[in-house]
Design a binder for this molecule. Structure first.
Ligand code: 6PG
Length: 478
């Protein structure tokens, strides 16, 4: 790394990432929109602060840095990034690099990369996952940009990233928006996995009357097996926690309204735009939206009053259902990545993506190593659920998913993500579906035409009554 390095934005994630960079031995210029926060940050960094130089504005920071500069932005996604870029522009020289490490919309990243490249500057969109702890001690890093630009920055990012079996979980995913897109889909999978876990928790809690701590212990047990993952691990911790103020299980004092900043929704929007349906992810985003309508749900309970019935389901069935749901969530995420890669010409290496997610990020799990291996091996139609290892997993776990969804539905327990995952698996387990009828309907009302299954002939029509067009052409036609 020959460029001088700066980081702007000392919020929770920015401060943690800055300390991580300093700790790895790099000198770092730091700045923040509220400049008064800069000296306390340098002070609090202790001995690491010796390598930090604080500045009270982006202009001052850029002026103090020797070219070529590489400036990491850790500001809120959206207009704040454009504002920071505008402020920096007059003070940069050709060959300088701006690195956006926020959760940016990849369309913005593509726009910014094109605009800055036209001015002789370099722009990298880099997804960073792992929350505050990850940023401080080793996140997963998903970069987007030119290979030569990545080559300059890689020593820094590889040094601060999490490692898996000695390999840094930091990689160039592809050009321009590829890194931020991969991070967005990571978050979509994160949403689905969290929702699947919450649904299984709900079945254990409301369908089997188990106490949170007991359920936490079960998740802790599952974390030793095929479901091993960060999200299952923290689920065990959250469910085992007790509220110091009331002595109640912590989960019972938390308002059941989930927040969301947008990356899950973007995943779904982009999936649809790419002609995909990430139904488990969509169910998770939708469930968070419904959760926000607490007052409506409370009135709905009075008016509709669906009774939740007790559920006879074994722990093994619930574990299997969660595993099957998780596999589908990953599979849907990788389908979106594949579609985006083809559309934008990114040449994404799905195996590399899975490897980058093996440590440091929120969706890290025992499955990701196997997913990487699956992408490097035989995979019919590029579909994860058809790769031999995952097909075997699904064949073993789908009966559990089916029993769990069936019992939940009959018992009045909402399981939108589990049932979406089951419908996806069932759809892709049947060669012949029901869209033959849809094609017939489309042809009936709009003469859209269909393909004949027997002859392969296209633009075929059914023996429907003559259409308006025919009647105009031949007024005597009935
Ligand atoms: C990560 C997380 C991180 C953040 C999400 C939360 O990978 O470290 O995904 O990016 O926690 O943005 O998103 P919501 O607020 O939308 O749940």
């Amino acid at each position: 790394m020959t460029a001088s390095l700066g980081l702007y934005g000392l919020g929770v994630m920015g401060s943690a990432l800055a300390l991580n960079i300093l700790e790895k031995g790099f000198a770092l210029h730091v700045g923040n929109r509220t400049a008064s926060k800069v000296p306390p940050f340098v002070q609090a960094a202790g001995p690491l602060g010796a390598r930090a130089t604080g500045h009270d504005s982006l202009a001052a920071m850029a002026a103090a840095m020797a070219p070529p500069r590489a400036i990491i932005l850790m500001v809120d996604a959206g207009p704040a990034v454009d504002t920071a870029i505008e402020a920096l522009l007059p003070h940069l020289s050709p060959g300088d690099t701006i690195v956006d490490c926020g959760n940016a919309d990849f369309h913005d990243t593509r726009r910014r990369a094109a605009a800055l490249e036209a001015q002789g500057l370099i722009f990298m969109g880099v997804g960073v996952s792992g929350g505050e702890e990850g940023a401080r001690h080793g996140p997963a890093i998903m970069a987007g940009g030119r290979p030569e630009s990545w080559a300059h920055l890689a020593p820094v990012f590889e040094a601060i990233a999490a490692t898996y079996e000695g390999q840094p979980c930091a990689a160039l995913m592809g050009p321009d928006g590829a890194g931020h897109f991969v991070k967005t889909v990571h978050n979509g999978i994160e949403y689905a996995d969290m929702q699947l876990i919450a649904e299984v928790y709900g079945l254990l809690r409301h369908g089997q009357g188990k106490a949170p701590a007991e359920i936490g212990a079960l998740f802790g047990q599952w974390d030793q097996g095929r479901l091993k993952s960060y999200l299952v691990e923290i689920t065990a911790a959250v469910l085992s926690a007790v509220d110091p103020a009331t002595g109640l299980p912590l989960v019972d004092v938390i308002l059941d309204q989930a927040g969301q900043k947008g990356t899950g929704r973007w995943t779904v929007v982009e999936a649809l735009a790419l002609g995909q349906s990430a139904s488990a992810i969509e169910a998770a985003v939708g469930a968070r939206g419904w959760s926000a309508e607490k007052a409506t749900r409370e009135v709905g309970e009075q008016i509709l009053g669906t009774e939740r019935k007790p559920l006879e389901l074994s722990e093994t069935e619930l574990e299997g259902a969660l595993l099957a749901g998780r596999i589908v969530a990953y599979a849907q995420g990788f389908r979106i990545l594949q579609a985006a890669s083809e559309t934008y010409g990114w040449g994404l290496d799905q195996a590399r993506v899975s490897e980058t997610w093996r440590a440091g990020c929120i969706i890290r799990s025992a499955l990701l190593g196997d997913i990487a291996a699956a992408f490097r091996g035989e995979m019919p139609h590029g579909q994860l659920i058809l790769a031999p290892a995952f097909a075997a997993d699904l064949r073993a776990s789908l009966p559990s998913l089916r029993r769990v969804v069936a019992a939940a539905v009959l018992g009045g327990h909402p399981v939108p993500a589990l049932s979406a995952a089951l419908a996806f698996a069932d759809t892709f387990s049947q060669g012949r579906g029901t869209t033959d009828l849809i094609q017939g309907q489309r042809d009936y009302f709009g003469r859209h035409g269909f393909v004949r299954l027997d002859t392969g002939a296209v633009h075929q029509h059914g023996p429907w009554a003559v259409t308006i067009v025919d009647k105009v052409a031949d007024p005597k036609a009935q």
